[in-house]
Design a protein around this ligand. Sequence first.
Ligand SMILES: Cc1ncc(COP(=O)(O)O)c(C=O)c1O
Length: 460
Amino acid sequence: MTTTAEATTAAPIELWLELEAADPFAVFDAMRAAGVSDVRRVGVLCPTAAHVHAARASGAGAVVGVGDAHELAASAPDVVVARDELEEVLAGRWGPEGTQRRLVLLNPGPALTSDAVKRAASGADICHREPEYVELDRRIRSKLRRLAGIDEHWRVALLSGSGTAANEAALRAAVRPGRVLVVVVNGIYGERLRESARRAGIETIAVDGPWTEPIDAERVAQVVASEPRADALALVQHETTVGLLNPLAELSQLAAALDVRTVVDSISAFGVEVTPLDGIDFLTCTSNKCLHGLPGAAFVLVSPAGSRRVLDVDPTSVALDLRTYLEADTTAVPPFTPAIPALASLDVALDRVLAEGIDGRRERYAARCALLDATLERLGLEQLVAPGARSHSIRSVRLPEGVSFAALHDRLRTRGFVVYAGQGALAREIFRIACMGELELADLDRFARALEHVLGELRV
Ligand SMILES: Cc1ncc(COP(=O)(O)O)c(C=O)c1O
């Protein structure tokens, strides 16, 4: 066994193995020797089909056939390269033109995914009217129920599209004609919920609040209680605008007590933040943030009371008719052509979050945030959100005097890191660092050094 290649500025800790024995245990032995614990960070160079099978069985993140393409292709490695091309491929994998993980994405989704998740998206072609799709569809619904801790009385709508589509489908189904939607607006995504409802012809009452503070639940209760036509309350659990958590449990409980249905945008929260489903009727999320899947799949979890409400509202859209998506929960026959590659990758991504549990994933994210917080403090950078209201996946940081987001972004990018701009009125004032996805603490360590270096250059 020989090991080659390892970290460059943009690369994670990695280990490339050239296997001598066609045996998955050879991979584990080599990992142990090299002190690498995550088999998904390992690439295996395979001279024969037997080696390819062994590498696959180990769960290695990349399986590369080295040698004759005709001989190796049938064993389905990720790629086949001629031996003399190998150096070039290894360099290219992490270089600026590399196709795998060429940048460490610190934007709030789409988040970094594992190679296993990416590989799932390029699996066999599947027809959505055939048994393979039915199995995939049912597996995903069952995994989502397990993850959310809900039973068969809850329905699952699987949509193909982005999170905004899931939000719009839920909003259109939650408010009866002539009734009113109360919307919490303390960030861009609350504003978008209000706008989506308005364009669907739903009357809204907004409860506005500062973008850097959790909404005052008492105020929301007063507004809902004083409006007899209030039919639903919509809110964003985690305002991605600044990385702010709203008081989800309080808000959903108060809505339930007033017999008002609750629509919760949990798009950047579910999978990591504490999300008690009790009192929620429509919870929306996507595959590509804290669940570490690819973009393209979204879902709505619907309570029994939510399902009854859906039947009371005439659909106002064909593509976003939640009723038809909920019928598919029983039939596993989707109303429209689904984004099968995104769903196939979500299926694999869900295994990982189920294995570690939402609490386990939150702990992992908390360690990332602790590292980020310590870095920001050491560099004298001010955060926008007070510690108690911060999420486990985003930090909003004031741009230092004289430093533009564009300059900061571009210099960090050349070092392999993508940070995110502020939105709306905050666009010129802040930048955001998200720590979602398949990151390692070592990535954030390297980011901390890059940030220090780049700020040193820009501040002079
Ligand atoms: C809280 C929240 N809601 C809604 C959206 C919109 O999701 P999408 O861009 O997938 O439509 C986002 C995207 O970042 C978000 O963070």
